[in-house]
Structures are given as structure tokens and as C-alpha cells.
Design a protein around this ligand. Structure first.
Ligand SMILES: [Zn+2]
Length: 162
């Protein structure tokens, strides 16, 4: 068996970039679904060992990440969040996006029945009274964010292969 984490992320990034570069009128019917799958895959992949490679500064101090602070609601109070990932940073946001994806807290919305335009993420840990994290991110912003995140953690993922 070969460790293919890196290759999975690298290939998914290539597919994402191809899809994003394709003019809208040339997209196949299923391209936006495929793109959304790619973006979710790229977000899920930075496990604990690669999460530390993702930008720790707040989104409000950054440019070109796609996602705006106003699209994110953070209500988390856990010790883990306070110690390691506090604030509205890409690293903290990815942590909760990953939880939302892994625990079926992802909901896809569209202007029509055929095209996904918005992805809603909800991280609601078992037993919690309310969600600890909610985000409503347009697919176009998610494209920018997921590609940037993947580019940041890719080297760590490669280094973790022994
Ligand atoms: Zn948190």
C-alpha cells in the first residue's frame, strides 16, 4: 500500500483549478457538483498534523481568501478552541468546516434547482445546546478559500509521508 493523501489533494487541486478556469458556458451540467465535492474534499483533508500549517491570523487582517468574516458565526467556547484556534482565522474556520462536513452539517443551496451557488456549514457537536459554528459561503468564495487552504497545507502533508 502507498500513502496517497498528498496525491489525492494534489489531483483534487488540479481538478478544482481546471473547473474554475473553465468558462461557465462550457461547464457540463455536473461540473458545479463536482467542484463542490472537490472543495469539500480539500477542506476535510488537513487532519491534525497539517492544520498547524494553515494561516493563523484573523480573516479581517487578510486579503484574497474569498471568505468574509461576516459570513462566519463563531460561538465556540471549548478549551480546544480557546487554546489553539481562537478567533476568526482560516485555521480555526477550517477546523469547524471540517467538523461540519464530517458530521453531515453541510447544506447546498441554489438560485435554481440545478446549480449550487451557496454552501451552508453547521458545526453542532453532539450534546451542545446550539451550533458552535455556522457559515454561509458562496461557491465562488469557497473556491478561493479551499484552494488557498490546500496550497498551505500541501507541503506539510507531503512531509508527513514517510
Ligand atoms: Zn472553535
Amino acid at each position: 500500500m502507498f500513502p496517497l493523501d498528498y496525491d489525492f489533494v494534489d489531483t483534487t487541486l488540479k481538478i478544482t483549478k481546471d473547473l474554475v478556469a473553465k468558462p461557465k458556458e462550457e461547464r457540463y451540467e455536473y461540473d458545479v457538483t463536482l467542484l463542490t465535492n472537490c472543495l469539500l474534499g480539500l477542506i476535510v483533508f488537513p487532519k491534525e498534523n497539517a492544520l498547524g500549517a494553515i494561516e493563523p491570523r484573523p480573516l479581517k487582517d487578510l486579503k484574497g481568501w474569498g471568505v468574509e468574516p461576516s459570513q462566519i458565526t463563531l460561538e465556540c467556547q471549548s478549551d480546544k478552541c480557546r487554546q489553539h484556534k481562537s478567533g476568526n482565522t482560516p485555521r480555526h474556520v477550517v477546523y469547524h468546516l471540517r467538523n461540519a462536513v464530517a458530521h453531515a452539517g453541510v447544506h447546498l443551496w441554489g438560485e435554481t434547482e440545478k446549480e449550487i451557488t451557496l454552501v451552508k456549514f453547521v458545526d453542532w457537536p453532539p450534546g451542545a445546546k446550539d451550533p458552535v459554528f455556522e457559515a454561509e459561503i458562496p461557491v465562488s468564495a469557497l473556491e478561493t478559500f479551499a484552494v488557498k487552504v490546500a496550497e498551505q497545507y500541501k507541503p506539510s502533508l507531503k512531509a508527513s509521508i514517510r
